[in-house]
Design a protein around this ligand. Structure first.
Ligand code: 2BA
Length: 109
């Protein structure tokens, strides 16, 4: 058995939720925040039999899209109260960032 953890952009969640339910995947969605952009995203936790993993990854891949986002970065030496010109930086966010972990045991008690 595997535990799949997928970090997904909130905008992709409506379509992804529908597709996972239609594919028979059980999952939990947890509200999360990206450490770099400090914006909301969603972490999905899914317990899967080994043979379900590739199908679940295909569903995630088909429903999570890559987007460009512009962030204003303060220079590293900017004083807290000083005047600085933020440097816009383009970052590519997503599709999904996925971790697949081995599960030693799963119980429903
Ligand atoms: P954030 O941390 O808000 O990162 C958003 C995007 O900013 C990242 O997209 C990446 O393109 C860029 N980025 C992140 N850290 C950076 C850095 N130190 N320097 C330059 N650019 C940086 P993704 O890679 O698609 O990540 C989307 C979200 O997935 C992340 O949001 C974070 O919540 C999560 N994530 C990504 N990699 C992770 C990892 N290795 N472990 C845990 N969570 C991760």
């Amino acid at each position: 058995m595997k535990l799949l953890m997928a970090i997904v952009q909130d905008r992709d969640m409506p379509a992804l939720s529908r597709a996972l339910v239609a594919a028979g995947c059980r999952f939990t969605r947890i509200g999360s925040t990206g450490g770099f952009l400090r914006e909301g995203n969603t972490t999905i936790v899914m317990g899967l039999e080994d043979e379900q993993v590739e199908a679940a990854l295909a569903v995630v891949s088909a429903n999570c899209h890559t987007r460009e986002q512009c962030v204003n970065m303060a220079p590293p030496d900017a004083a807290p109260l000083g005047v600085f010109v933020p440097a816009p930086v383009q970052v590519q966010v997503g599709g999904a960032v996925v971790f697949v972990l081995p599960v030693e045991r799963c119980e429903r008690l």
